[in-house]
Design a protein around this ligand. Structure first.
Ligand code: TXA
Ligand code: MG
Length: 333
């Protein structure tokens, strides 16, 4: 039986029950400002191994360790002095740092690597949970191969009955998983684009490496982030990404094949109104990131047979959105 606990992130945060569950070796799904995480105590190898079991996650795909504040990073990992200032500046927030790990972190957390991903979430519920229950190992709280959950109902859909507790704090603000940057070598390497954009990282770090698998999201030879080699969410039904110069062709297909167009509010009028799902507003591109995974889950539940999603210009947060889209949709040509 899974306890479902509503916690208002803006109210008094009473988190006793989930804290006890984590301390006793249980699994708790909790909100962060990116997506919901599925957490266990870092130092309880058995609990951590249950995360892999419950998600159906490959055992060579490491988890992120969540801590409550900057000072706790050094309990888990070695932060090179030259990066201290920037890390302080970027935290708490939607970014994960890959660092050399300290001894005592069970191998199951890092899938045997000598590095560890560390994140200081800004979400008040996540912070309080980390503060009171200690460092928490957590991947996104979805079944492997499904989109990351951005609200409690998505977590319930995937994990109800399989874990001890689900905290319901409503929709997550960013809706996209954290940016991952590897600081274990000389030059910072972006392993996953996210809410902290490439442009922002360049400004903050100066020189950064952006490997091909981040630039072209699609095919990966020798991935540095172990997660990159696994099949990512693709809906049950066919989903195509298209550029707007293909619109005429797509319009014909959409009627013929009982399809649906997924597009931003600004382009709603370009399509038949009963065949549109709105993703957010271009005017506020963060709204598109926030809705993406929710809409992908929704699409599978509609009666439409095929989806056509508009491609975005690859800059700022929309670069990160396109990174996820390229994995979820086939390019229409
Ligand atoms: O926003 C997020 O990052 C969410 C919330 C819950 O914090 N978590 C999340 O976790 O998205 P997950 O497990 O779905 O994605 C973590 C990614 C995986 O692709 C994994 O391979 C990579 O981080 N990763 C973890 N540790 C790593 C390491 N030591 N070196 C390279 N990549 C690592
Ligand atoms: Mg995930």
């Amino acid at each position: 039986e899974t306890i479902i606990l509503k916690i208002d992130p803006l109210g008094e945060i009473d988190i006793k029950i989930p804290v006890e569950i984590i301390k006793k070796g249980g699994l708790v799904a909790f909100p962060t400002e990116t997506v919901y995480g599925l957490g266990a105590s870092v130092f309880n190898a058995h609990a951590v191994s249950n995360i892999y079991k419950v998600k159906g996650r490959a055992s060579d795909n490491p988890l992120i360790v969540h801590v409550s504040d900057f000072n706790s990073v050094s309990d888990i990992a070695i932060l090179p002095e030259k990066f201290e200032k920037v890390v302080k500046k970027l935290t708490p927030g939607p970014i994960t740092f890959v660092l050399k790990k300290k001894e005592g972190i069970p191998d199951v957390v890092t899938a045997g690597l000598n590095t560890v991903g560390v994140r200081i979430p800004a979400h008040p519920v996540a912070r309080k949970l980390c503060e009171l229950a200690g460092p928490i190992a957590a991947p996104s709280a979805n079944l492997s191969g499904k989109p990351s959950p951005t609200n409690a109902s998505a977590v319930i859909e995937d994990l109800n009955g399989k874990i001890d507790c689900i905290i319901d704090s409503g929709d997550t603000p960013f809706g996209l998983e954290s940016t991952i940057i590897d600081l274990s070598g000389c030059t910072p390497v972006v392993l996953r684009p996210g809410p902290i954009t490439i442009e922002e990282l360049r400004e903050i770090f100066g020189e950064i490496d952006i490997p091909d698998f981040v630039k072209n999201a699609n095919h990966v030879e020798n991935p540095k982030a172990p997660g990159m080699k696994y099949k990512h969410y693709a809906p049950e039904k066919p989903l195509y990404m298209f550029y707007r110069h293909e619109r005429e062709k797509i319009l014909k297909l959409v009627e013929k094949e009982n399809g649906v167009i997924i597009c931003p509010e600004e382009h709603r009028k370009l399509y038949p109104k009963e065949r549109v799902i709105i993703l957010g507003k271009l005017e506020n591109p963060y709204s598109i990131a926030q809705n993406l995974f929710k809409v992908l889950r929704l699409f599978d539940k509609t009666g439409f047979q095929v989806g056509f999603i508009e491609a975005f210009e690859e800059s700022g947060i929309l670069f990160s959105v396109m990174n996820r889209l390229k994995k979820a949709a086939k390019l229409w040509r």
